[in-house]
Design a protein around this ligand. Structure first.
Ligand SMILES: NC(=O)c1ccc[n+]([C@@H]2O[C@H](COP(=O)([O-])OP(=O)(O)OC[C@H]3O[C@@H](n4cnc5c(N)ncnc54)[C@H](O)[C@@H]3O)[C@@H](O)[C@H]2O)c1
Length: 282
Protein backbone atom coordinates (compact mmCIF):
# COMPACT_ATOMS: atom_id res chain seq x y z
CA UNK A 1 0.00 0.00 0.00
CA UNK A 2 1.34 3.40 -0.89
CA UNK A 3 1.55 5.82 1.99
CA UNK A 4 0.32 9.30 1.09
CA UNK A 5 -1.64 10.50 4.06
CA UNK A 6 0.05 10.34 7.46
CA UNK A 7 -1.49 10.90 10.88
CA UNK A 8 0.69 12.46 13.59
CA UNK A 9 -0.63 12.39 17.15
CA UNK A 10 0.71 15.12 19.42
CA UNK A 11 1.80 18.54 18.17
CA UNK A 12 4.50 19.07 20.82
CA UNK A 13 8.28 19.19 20.36
CA UNK A 14 8.50 15.88 18.52
CA UNK A 15 5.06 15.76 16.87
CA UNK A 16 5.48 19.12 15.18
CA UNK A 17 8.95 18.12 13.99
CA UNK A 18 7.63 14.84 12.59
CA UNK A 19 4.72 16.63 10.87
CA UNK A 20 7.25 19.13 9.46
CA UNK A 21 9.44 16.47 7.80
CA UNK A 22 6.53 14.47 6.41
CA UNK A 23 4.91 17.62 4.95
CA UNK A 24 8.21 18.86 3.57
CA UNK A 25 8.71 15.49 1.84
CA UNK A 26 5.31 15.75 0.11
CA UNK A 27 3.04 13.73 2.42
CA UNK A 28 -0.43 14.91 3.44
CA UNK A 29 -0.38 15.22 7.23
CA UNK A 30 -3.25 15.10 9.70
CA UNK A 31 -1.89 16.57 12.94
CA UNK A 32 -3.93 15.74 16.03
CA UNK A 33 -3.74 17.14 19.56
CA UNK A 34 -6.15 17.54 22.45
CA UNK A 35 -6.51 21.34 22.53
CA UNK A 36 -6.55 24.02 19.84
CA UNK A 37 -3.80 25.98 21.60
CA UNK A 38 -1.42 23.00 21.32
CA UNK A 39 -2.18 22.72 17.61
CA UNK A 40 -1.63 26.45 17.16
CA UNK A 41 1.67 26.30 19.03
CA UNK A 42 2.78 23.29 16.96
CA UNK A 43 1.88 24.95 13.67
CA UNK A 44 3.67 28.15 14.70
CA UNK A 45 6.81 26.09 15.44
CA UNK A 46 6.56 24.36 12.05
CA UNK A 47 6.17 27.71 10.30
CA UNK A 48 9.22 29.12 12.10
CA UNK A 49 11.36 26.03 11.43
CA UNK A 50 10.40 25.90 7.75
CA UNK A 51 11.32 29.59 7.50
CA UNK A 52 14.71 28.74 8.95
CA UNK A 53 15.17 26.19 6.16
CA UNK A 54 14.22 28.84 3.59
CA UNK A 55 16.83 31.13 5.18
CA UNK A 56 19.46 28.40 4.73
CA UNK A 57 18.31 27.85 1.09
CA UNK A 58 17.43 24.23 1.87
CA UNK A 59 13.93 24.84 0.52
CA UNK A 60 12.21 27.70 -1.34
CA UNK A 61 9.46 29.96 -0.03
CA UNK A 62 7.06 28.07 -2.34
CA UNK A 63 8.13 24.72 -0.81
CA UNK A 64 7.42 26.17 2.61
CA UNK A 65 3.94 27.39 1.63
CA UNK A 66 3.14 24.03 -0.01
CA UNK A 67 4.33 22.09 3.08
CA UNK A 68 2.17 24.19 5.40
CA UNK A 69 -0.85 23.65 3.14
CA UNK A 70 -0.38 19.89 3.39
CA UNK A 71 -0.88 19.93 7.19
CA UNK A 72 -4.43 19.61 8.47
CA UNK A 73 -4.76 20.27 12.22
CA UNK A 74 -7.53 18.28 13.97
CA UNK A 75 -8.83 17.74 17.48
CA UNK A 76 -10.98 14.72 16.74
CA UNK A 77 -9.00 11.47 16.49
CA UNK A 78 -11.66 10.01 14.19
CA UNK A 79 -10.34 12.36 11.50
CA UNK A 80 -7.34 10.00 11.25
CA UNK A 81 -9.63 7.41 9.70
CA UNK A 82 -8.34 7.95 6.15
CA UNK A 83 -4.66 7.92 7.01
CA UNK A 84 -2.37 5.28 5.47
CA UNK A 85 0.05 5.39 8.40
CA UNK A 86 -0.05 6.90 11.89
CA UNK A 87 2.82 7.89 14.16
CA UNK A 88 2.07 8.73 17.76
CA UNK A 89 4.16 11.38 19.55
CA UNK A 90 1.94 12.20 22.52
CA UNK A 91 3.05 12.71 26.11
CA UNK A 92 5.28 9.92 27.49
CA UNK A 93 2.71 8.27 29.80
CA UNK A 94 1.69 4.66 29.31
CA UNK A 95 -2.02 5.34 30.04
CA UNK A 96 -2.16 8.11 27.42
CA UNK A 97 -0.52 5.95 24.78
CA UNK A 98 -2.66 2.93 25.72
CA UNK A 99 -5.83 4.96 25.22
CA UNK A 100 -4.58 6.29 21.86
CA UNK A 101 -3.55 2.86 20.53
CA UNK A 102 -6.79 1.15 21.56
CA UNK A 103 -8.67 3.92 19.82
CA UNK A 104 -6.49 3.95 16.70
CA UNK A 105 -7.00 0.22 16.40
CA UNK A 106 -10.74 0.92 16.13
CA UNK A 107 -10.51 4.03 13.95
CA UNK A 108 -7.76 3.09 11.47
CA UNK A 109 -8.17 0.64 8.60
CA UNK A 110 -6.98 -2.85 9.67
CA UNK A 111 -4.07 -2.84 7.21
CA UNK A 112 -2.42 0.37 8.37
CA UNK A 113 0.72 0.50 10.48
CA UNK A 114 0.65 2.25 13.84
CA UNK A 115 4.03 3.59 14.97
CA UNK A 116 5.07 5.18 18.24
CA UNK A 117 7.83 7.69 18.88
CA UNK A 118 8.11 6.65 22.53
CA UNK A 119 11.55 7.04 24.12
CA UNK A 120 11.16 4.32 26.66
CA UNK A 121 7.83 2.48 26.73
CA UNK A 122 7.84 -1.12 25.48
CA UNK A 123 6.69 -1.43 21.86
CA UNK A 124 5.61 -5.02 22.59
CA UNK A 125 3.39 -3.83 25.44
CA UNK A 126 1.74 -1.11 23.33
CA UNK A 127 1.26 -3.58 20.45
CA UNK A 128 -0.39 -6.06 22.82
CA UNK A 129 -3.23 -3.59 23.38
CA UNK A 130 -4.25 -3.80 19.73
CA UNK A 131 -5.54 -6.53 17.43
CA UNK A 132 -2.72 -5.77 14.98
CA UNK A 133 0.42 -6.37 17.02
CA UNK A 134 2.24 -7.32 13.80
CA UNK A 135 1.59 -3.77 12.51
CA UNK A 136 2.83 -1.88 15.57
CA UNK A 137 6.40 -0.59 15.60
CA UNK A 138 8.68 2.01 17.18
CA UNK A 139 9.75 4.91 14.96
CA UNK A 140 12.02 6.87 17.26
CA UNK A 141 12.99 10.27 15.89
CA UNK A 142 15.49 12.59 17.56
CA UNK A 143 15.18 16.23 18.59
CA UNK A 144 15.21 18.53 16.62
CA UNK A 145 13.50 16.23 14.11
CA UNK A 146 14.09 18.33 10.96
CA UNK A 147 17.84 18.30 11.64
CA UNK A 148 18.65 14.95 13.21
CA UNK A 149 19.35 12.12 10.76
CA UNK A 150 18.73 9.13 12.99
CA UNK A 151 15.53 7.13 13.30
CA UNK A 152 15.68 4.06 15.55
CA UNK A 153 13.23 1.58 14.01
CA UNK A 154 12.21 -0.71 16.84
CA UNK A 155 10.69 -4.12 16.35
CA UNK A 156 8.29 -5.32 19.01
CA UNK A 157 8.13 -9.06 19.63
CA UNK A 158 5.27 -9.46 17.14
CA UNK A 159 6.25 -6.81 14.56
CA UNK A 160 6.19 -8.36 11.09
CA UNK A 161 9.00 -8.18 8.57
CA UNK A 162 6.68 -6.31 6.19
CA UNK A 163 5.93 -3.66 8.81
CA UNK A 164 9.63 -3.26 9.57
CA UNK A 165 10.55 -2.90 5.88
CA UNK A 166 7.77 -0.38 5.24
CA UNK A 167 8.84 1.84 8.14
CA UNK A 168 12.52 1.56 7.30
CA UNK A 169 11.75 2.64 3.72
CA UNK A 170 9.54 5.45 4.98
CA UNK A 171 12.41 6.78 7.10
CA UNK A 172 14.63 6.72 4.00
CA UNK A 173 12.01 8.68 2.04
CA UNK A 174 12.15 11.29 4.80
CA UNK A 175 15.92 11.48 4.13
CA UNK A 176 16.65 9.96 7.51
CA UNK A 177 18.97 7.10 8.38
CA UNK A 178 17.04 4.21 9.92
CA UNK A 179 18.83 1.93 12.36
CA UNK A 180 17.27 -1.39 13.31
CA UNK A 181 16.86 -2.13 17.01
CA UNK A 182 14.93 -4.72 18.99
CA UNK A 183 12.52 -3.82 21.75
CA UNK A 184 14.31 -3.51 25.13
CA UNK A 185 14.22 -0.83 27.84
CA UNK A 186 15.70 2.41 26.48
CA UNK A 187 16.31 0.75 23.07
CA UNK A 188 19.95 1.55 22.18
CA UNK A 189 19.98 5.35 22.33
CA UNK A 190 18.73 5.86 25.87
CA UNK A 191 20.16 2.58 27.21
CA UNK A 192 23.63 3.94 26.51
CA UNK A 193 23.15 7.70 26.74
CA UNK A 194 21.22 7.98 30.01
CA UNK A 195 23.70 6.04 32.18
CA UNK A 196 26.40 8.37 30.79
CA UNK A 197 24.43 11.46 31.83
CA UNK A 198 23.57 9.83 35.17
CA UNK A 199 27.24 9.05 35.85
CA UNK A 200 28.19 12.63 34.98
CA UNK A 201 25.68 13.73 37.65
CA UNK A 202 27.32 11.42 40.21
CA UNK A 203 30.68 13.10 39.56
CA UNK A 204 29.10 16.49 40.36
CA UNK A 205 27.30 15.11 43.43
CA UNK A 206 30.51 13.58 44.76
CA UNK A 207 32.47 16.79 44.19
CA UNK A 208 34.76 15.20 41.61
CA UNK A 209 34.28 18.20 39.31
CA UNK A 210 31.99 21.12 38.57
CA UNK A 211 29.32 20.81 35.82
CA UNK A 212 31.41 23.13 33.65
CA UNK A 213 34.50 20.92 34.09
CA UNK A 214 32.59 17.71 33.34
CA UNK A 215 31.17 19.23 30.16
CA UNK A 216 34.60 20.53 29.08
CA UNK A 217 36.05 17.02 29.42
CA UNK A 218 33.47 15.62 27.02
CA UNK A 219 33.58 18.51 24.56
CA UNK A 220 37.36 18.71 24.31
CA UNK A 221 38.36 15.12 25.08
CA UNK A 222 35.63 13.18 23.29
CA UNK A 223 34.59 15.76 20.67
CA UNK A 224 30.98 15.73 21.89
CA UNK A 225 29.21 18.84 20.56
CA UNK A 226 27.79 19.48 24.03
CA UNK A 227 28.72 18.12 27.44
CA UNK A 228 26.52 15.57 29.26
CA UNK A 229 25.13 18.03 31.82
CA UNK A 230 24.25 20.64 29.20
CA UNK A 231 22.55 17.84 27.29
CA UNK A 232 20.68 16.64 30.39
CA UNK A 233 19.41 20.20 30.97
CA UNK A 234 18.34 20.35 27.33
CA UNK A 235 16.47 17.02 27.45
CA UNK A 236 14.82 17.90 30.78
CA UNK A 237 15.93 16.45 34.12
CA UNK A 238 12.45 15.01 34.76
CA UNK A 239 12.65 13.16 31.44
CA UNK A 240 16.14 11.88 32.33
CA UNK A 241 14.85 10.62 35.69
CA UNK A 242 11.84 8.89 34.10
CA UNK A 243 14.10 7.11 31.62
CA UNK A 244 16.57 6.03 34.33
CA UNK A 245 13.62 4.54 36.22
CA UNK A 246 12.51 2.66 33.10
CA UNK A 247 16.04 1.22 32.80
CA UNK A 248 16.15 0.39 36.53
CA UNK A 249 12.73 -1.30 36.50
CA UNK A 250 13.18 -3.03 33.16
CA UNK A 251 16.74 -4.28 33.55
CA UNK A 252 17.01 -4.60 37.33
CA UNK A 253 20.76 -3.99 37.48
CA UNK A 254 21.90 -1.59 40.27
CA UNK A 255 24.08 0.23 37.74
CA UNK A 256 20.90 1.95 36.52
CA UNK A 257 20.18 3.56 39.92
CA UNK A 258 19.19 7.22 39.29
CA UNK A 259 21.67 9.67 40.77
CA UNK A 260 20.28 11.04 44.10
CA UNK A 261 21.25 14.56 43.02
CA UNK A 262 19.05 14.15 39.94
CA UNK A 263 16.12 13.07 42.13
CA UNK A 264 16.61 16.06 44.46
CA UNK A 265 16.83 18.51 41.57
CA UNK A 266 13.61 17.19 40.04
CA UNK A 267 11.91 17.40 43.46
CA UNK A 268 13.02 21.04 43.64
CA UNK A 269 11.47 21.75 40.24
CA UNK A 270 14.91 22.29 38.66
CA UNK A 271 14.12 20.57 35.39
CA UNK A 272 16.83 22.09 33.20
CA UNK A 273 16.48 24.63 30.42
CA UNK A 274 12.67 24.55 30.34
CA UNK A 275 12.35 25.59 34.02
CA UNK A 276 15.16 28.15 33.94
CA UNK A 277 17.41 26.12 36.22
CA UNK A 278 19.16 22.76 36.08
CA UNK A 279 22.89 22.13 36.22
CA UNK A 280 23.07 25.66 34.78
CA UNK A 281 20.88 28.77 35.04
CA UNK A 282 19.01 29.98 31.93
N1 LIG B 1 11.61 15.55 23.44
C1 LIG B 1 12.52 14.68 23.00
O1 LIG B 1 13.71 14.97 22.93
C2 LIG B 1 12.08 13.31 22.53
C3 LIG B 1 12.95 12.59 21.72
C4 LIG B 1 12.52 11.35 21.21
C5 LIG B 1 11.26 10.86 21.56
N2 LIG B 1 10.45 11.59 22.39
C6 LIG B 1 9.12 11.05 22.69
O2 LIG B 1 8.17 11.73 21.88
C7 LIG B 1 6.92 11.79 22.55
C8 LIG B 1 6.47 13.23 22.65
O3 LIG B 1 7.44 13.96 23.36
P1 LIG B 1 7.53 15.55 23.26
O4 LIG B 1 8.87 15.92 23.80
O5 LIG B 1 7.13 16.00 21.90
O6 LIG B 1 6.40 15.98 24.32
P2 LIG B 1 5.60 17.35 24.40
O7 LIG B 1 5.12 17.46 25.78
O8 LIG B 1 6.36 18.46 23.77
O9 LIG B 1 4.33 17.09 23.43
C9 LIG B 1 3.36 16.12 23.70
C10 LIG B 1 2.07 16.56 23.01
O10 LIG B 1 1.15 15.48 23.08
C11 LIG B 1 -0.12 16.04 23.29
N3 LIG B 1 -1.04 15.01 23.77
C12 LIG B 1 -1.17 14.51 25.03
N4 LIG B 1 -2.16 13.59 25.06
C13 LIG B 1 -2.64 13.50 23.79
C14 LIG B 1 -3.68 12.74 23.19
N5 LIG B 1 -4.40 11.89 23.90
N6 LIG B 1 -3.92 12.91 21.88
C15 LIG B 1 -3.20 13.80 21.15
N7 LIG B 1 -2.22 14.55 21.68
C16 LIG B 1 -1.94 14.40 22.98
C17 LIG B 1 0.14 17.15 24.27
O11 LIG B 1 -0.96 18.07 24.30
C18 LIG B 1 1.40 17.77 23.70
O12 LIG B 1 1.14 18.77 22.74
C19 LIG B 1 7.14 11.10 23.89
O13 LIG B 1 6.73 9.76 23.76
C20 LIG B 1 8.64 11.22 24.10
O14 LIG B 1 9.14 10.18 24.92
C21 LIG B 1 10.82 12.81 22.87
Amino acid sequence: MEIRRVGVIGAGTMGNGIAHVFARCGYQVVLCDVEQRFLDRGLAAIEKNLEREVGKSKITADDKAAALKRIEPVLDRRRLRDCDFVVEAATEKFEIKADIFRDLDEVGRPEIILATNTSSISITRIAGLTRRADKVIGMHFFNPVPMMKLVEVIRGLATSEETFTTVRDLALKLEKTPVEVNDAPGFVSNRVLMPLLNEAMYTVMEGVATPEAVDEVFKLGMAHPMGPLTLADFIGLDVCLDIMRVLQDGLGDPKYRPCPLLIRMVDAGWLGRKSGRGFYRY
